[in-house]
Design a protein around this ligand. Structure first.
Ligand SMILES: Cc1cc2nc3c(=O)[nH]c(=O)nc-3n(C[C@H](O)[C@H](O)[C@H](O)COP(=O)(O)O)c2cc1C
Length: 289
């Protein structure tokens, strides 16, 4: 269990995709703290093994970052978190969960971060972590000190994917069936954990998470964006990154619940429930205890 120094809901509120960094190398104390967190993050909640590496520049020495390109999306970052996950049924969810835990830790200690599922040179990052045939490198995270100013380019990206807005509750959270919206007033202590799911980052800000309350169970579904995965796979050889978004949602939900001393566990228990369309698939269930 990671220890955060500030309330998790505050940390989640502060996190944003930082694409412009102050080029100062990450100080040794923060680097060691983040590396330690990455070392303990070796198995996801659904059982997949993941290994992470923090690659960072030294004082006046950028050698460690040589070749790690981001196609201009990221400026000045002096560190990257690179991960390799064993191939498996829930590999992307576990990867998203563990890496987001580290992202929130980095945010807690004052660093900026940005998830990169497409805008990174896959081959050089893969070489850096000595990727094995049995593993996948689905995404990396840029990390460093936040620059004082946002670039024009960053504002354009944020605008083009609508980064500053999130879907309303009525589109994301349901009561018993997909047709019935879950009201904030009736979900008691679960209102904050769900709100933390809603505030999470997602690839192209598509927000594919859907959650259904079913007694003491909370079923998490992925509502895929039509054509998105196929296009990304074909054009950019990208992993199934919308399942990473689901892992991020699981992380926000669980960390918030644990901080509120509400216990439970992740189980695979797909209910016999009608799904709204073919794009919607069951992922996982939080079973309250
Ligand atoms: C799995 C994943 C992959 C992402 N890939 C990229 C990327 O390749 N390039 C990029 O600029 N942003 C990327 N993002 C950042 C999203 O665009 C961003 O999270 C979203 O627009 C919401 O903005 P916010 O993070 O500032 O809240 C990615 C986010 C996630 C969760």
């Amino acid at each position: 269990m990671l220890i955060y120094s500030q309330a998790i809901s505050e940390i989640i509120g502060w996190r944003f995709s930082c694409r412009n960094y102050n080029p100062r190398p990450i100080g040794p104390r923060l680097r060691d703290q983040l590396s330690d967190v990455l070392t303990v993050s070796s198995k996801g909640p659904l059982g997949t093994r993941v290994r992470f590496d923090l690659v960072s520049a030294g004082e006046n020495d950028l050698t460690a970052l040589r070749g790690l390109g981001t196609y201009g999306f990221i400026k000045g970052a002096r560190g990257f978190i690179i991960g390799a996950v064993d191939r498996g049924e829930k590999d992307m969810e576990d990867y998203g969960y563990l890496l987001e835990r580290a992202v929130l830790f980095a945010t807690d200690i004052g660093l900026g971060t940005c998830w990169l599922g497409g805008s990174f040179s896959k081959s050089s990052f893969s070489r850096k972590i000595s990727l094995k045939k049995t593993e996948i490198l689905p995404a990396v995270v840029a990390v460093g000190y936040v620059a004082d100013k946002r670039r024009w380019f960053d504002s354009i990206i944020r605008w083009s994917v609508g980064s500053d807005s999130r879907l309303p509750w009525t589109k994301l959270f349901f009561d018993g069936t997909f047709g019935t919206a879950l009201s904030v007033d009736t979900c008691g202590q679960f209102a904050t954990p769900l709100e933390m799911v809603r505030l999470g980052p997602s690839a192209s800000n598509k927000q594919p998470w859907r959650v259904i309350r079913d007694g003491t169970q909370w079923h998490f579904y992925l509502q895929r964006t039509s054509g998105y995965g196929e296009r990304n796979r074909a054009l950019f050889k990208m992993a199934d990154i919308q399942r990473i978004d689901m892992g991020i949602a699981m992380c926000h939900f669980e960390l918030t619940l644990r901080e509120m001393d509400l216990s439970g566990e992740w189980v695979l228990a797909e209910p016999a429930m009608e799904k709204p369309d073919k794009l919607t698939e069951y992922i996982v269930t939080w079973q309250q205890k």
